[in-house]
Design a protein around this ligand. Sequence first.
Ligand SMILES: Nc1ncnc2c1ncn2[C@@H]1O[C@H](COP(=O)(O)OP(=O)(O)OP(=O)(O)O)[C@@H](O)[C@H]1O
Length: 512
Amino acid sequence: MGGRDKFTAQAFLEELIARVAAGGCERCESEQVAAGLGKVLEELRRTAEFDFRELGDHVYDGIYIADGAGKTLYVNKAYTRITGIAPEEVVGRYVEECEAAGLYKNAVTPEVIRLKKRVNSVGVSLRSGRKMLITGIPVFDAEENVKNVVVIDREITDLLTMKAELDASQEKMKAVEADKAKSIMEIEHLRRQNLNMSLIGRSEGTAKVIEAIRQVAPLDVTVLIAGETGVGKEVVANEIYTNSPRNKGPFIKVNCAAIPANLLEAELFGYEKGAFTGAAGTGRLGLFELADKGTLLLDEIGDMPLELQSKLLRVIQHKEITRIGGTRPFKLDVRILAATNCDLRSLVTQGRFREDLYYRLNVFPIVIPPLRARAEDVEPLAEHFLALYNAKYGKVTVIEDAGLEIMKHYSWPGNIRELQNIVERLVIVAEPAAVIGGEQLAPLLNVYPGSGEPMTREAGLKEIVANIEKKTLERVLGLYGSTRKAAKVLKVDQSTIVKKAKKFGLKLGDDN
Ligand SMILES: Nc1ncnc2c1ncn2[C@@H]1O[C@H](COP(=O)(O)OP(=O)(O)OP(=O)(O)O)[C@@H](O)[C@H]1O
């Protein structure tokens, strides 16, 4: 018995049972049987207990095994690591005892036994404070009774920490993304601000001009900048140049009105030596040539003599010039900006400006509104100039609201240049830390505060009287509601009231 090469408990037991069934044990050698049974016991221990324990200790999750009555049979090393509970503290004890001893609470084992099914829960070890995902699994016997409960404790402290870290980093990512979006917006804003560096103003009119500059600056097209004197045409031209790809090239500005007509041609186109009496012996470069690879601003273009206009048209069309006295045209690469404070269209009608040149120049017009049409710009401009001149004259003056109000209502015939000059004058005459109010401003602007509508030096007597009439009529009609009563109050005929109300475009009620 057991004489085979390899002893196995199963084979030994099968052989023993067969022999006993065949005739009893006397045919078995008792020593051999005892030795065989010893081996069986050893193997049983090894496979059923020892091996299982050893294997269990290699599992990363905590393992807790109880019998069907809730008595702890086994815990692995990971269980101790996670819960801080040593095997001797729990093995052999019932769940209730362990709970009473404060080792743990809300154990899943009784639930598994009661429900006879898997139970999941999340818990915190009382001793170690570690968080666990707990799964209790029932093991059934042949009668479907719960024979054992196997509880797996999966530590999730790290997992939760990792999740918290992940959440935090996701939050950070979101913040970074938001920052990125903000930065892009800021860059765009700065880009616009940069574009708007010398162009101050927050009115819709100014915003449109800025947008037009943004659109046209990068393109190599001719721009016609129109607007009253002092509105900032040169400032706009500067911005176009600065924001164009030609900003490393020359920027030549010519005031066509400031150069006598007979000299303008030579200034613009240059001349060959001996071209005319008095011409320099070496000849001279014209401003067009100087502006090669750059930009040329033709200011006050409306004042350009007609014969020069046709020469200019050729330059624009063919991109080449011929010097005075020269025979050969040569190529030039110049971007032309033109500015005007007169209505070129009407000059065309009057025959003082070439229609073809007008259309050539008018490819992209930028019309700058007068300052009186963009009152919202007055305050930022005034503040800007105030800061400028305070710094220049070493003062800290401020303009109070009443002063700004007068400025906002003034008609500014000289536009921003006038505003700039007024502020400079105010700063020069003011005490170093003066607060500039209406009293200082009104006489300077020739405005009479308190007379209803602010009146400017452009308003003639007729206009002033008409204004007062209109205001009075409006008030009295509003108060009394009928032209008849208004006529009585104002001591005039009712027909006068009706006539004047119509003239001023005032609405009359039904009873009139
Ligand atoms: N939007 C603005 N922001 C700041 N300063 C401005 C602005 N517009 C004009 N200015 C200032 O106002 C003054 C007049 O501007 P500019 O010379 O550009 O006007 P203009 O329309 O070309 O005048 P003109 O028709 O008389 O040549 C300048 O000192 C300029 O710096």
